[in-house]
Design a protein around this ligand. Structure first.
Ligand SMILES: NC(=O)c1ccc[n+]([C@@H]2O[C@H](COP(=O)([O-])OP(=O)(O)OC[C@H]3O[C@@H](n4cnc5c(N)ncnc54)[C@H](OP(=O)(O)O)[C@@H]3O)[C@@H](O)[C@H]2O)c1
Length: 248
């Protein structure tokens, strides 16, 4: 098999950065995307098979221009990982600007990336969308983030059905808590939080197997999916009483 090529959004930090480093260390050609060129340049310093590519995923024009600049085509794998997390602290003074920011970057921009990038994937290739285990059930303060990730999961599952005839695989990733700058901001306990190295290993192993849904850590996923089976009224009561754990 020739050299494999992966494009990763959100590669300047956290999970995406670790994925870029690990794919590069395993001999892949990596297109590492983000806005922070300095951070992306540091990745190139470590592995010259990492090519930095800077664009804002909220600008369809910028994405298309950047892909044209590197003549991106015949990609084996695209990982749409970039995302943001903000919580709603004052639901009665609902912050629609916050809501819009999160939905824009986590959902609408995924649509921009799909428009620009699906044509760049080779027949038989795969695209992975980064959701979250927060999409499994309604978590306190996650009106924006949880809704955005539920939308991403639905989008991925539907896209998988519709593009299967084009021989393109679709995976959706549901991590629990991973230690990154995104979760370092959290002021609540994060049970079973894992490292970016562990997250990257779980994602790469399951993508290599062509898994359609990638969930980790296993026990955390099992607990959330079991909670999601509870009657809605019981779950809401538990969440109100603070028995729900926290968001990721
Ligand atoms: N950490 C967790 O516990 C956890 C759990 C479940 C799901 N996730 C999801 O995993 C993904 C990565 O999260 P992380 O924890 O690794 O976060 P992170 O360290 O904050 O990294 C986020 C990445 O997204 C990029 N990004 C954000 N807005 C962008 C924009 N407008 N244009 C281009 N790139 C943008 C950032 O790059 P620039 O700043 O360079 O633009 C950065 O590389 C997110 O989708 C997150 O929701 C994380």
């Amino acid at each position: 098999m020739g050299e494999q090529r992966v494009l990763i959004t959100g590669a300047s930090s956290g999970i995406g950065e670790q994925l870029a480093l690990d794919y590069a260390a395993n001999g892949w050609q990596v297109i590492a995307c983000g806005r922070n060129l300095e951070a992306l340049g540091a990745l190139h310093q470590q592995h010259d098979n990492i090519k930095p590519l800077s664009f804002d995923i909220n600008s369809l024009g910028s994405i298309k221009q950047a892909l044209a600049d590197v003549a991106a085509k015949d990609l084996d794998l695209v990982i749409l990982n970039a995302g943001v997390c903000e919580y709603i602290d004052t639901p009665m003074q609902f912050d629609s600007a916050l809501f819009e920011r999160v939905i824009q970057t986590n959902v609408i921009a995924v649509g921009y990336c799909l428009e620009a990038m699906l044509p760049c994937i080779r027949t038989g290739g795969r695209i992975a969308l980064m959701s979250s285990s927060a999409s499994f059930l309604s978590l306190p303060r996650a009106e924006a983030y949880g809704a955005s990730k539920a939308a991403v999961s639905y989008l991925a599952h539907t896209l998988a059905i519709d593009i299967a005839p084009k021989q393109l695989g679709v995976s959706v990733i549901h991590p629990g808590f991973v230690k990154t700058p995104l979760t370092d901001k959290n002021d609540f306990p994060m049970p079973m939080r894992i490292s970016v190295e562990q997250a990257s290993a779980a994602i790469r192993t399951d993508l290599a197997k062509g898994k359609t849904e990638i969930n980790f850590p296993g026990r955390f996923t099992w607990i959330l999916k079991t909670m999601a089976l509870l009657p809605t009224s019981l779950w809401r009561w538990m969440a109100r009483k603070g028995l729900a754990g926290s968001n990721q």
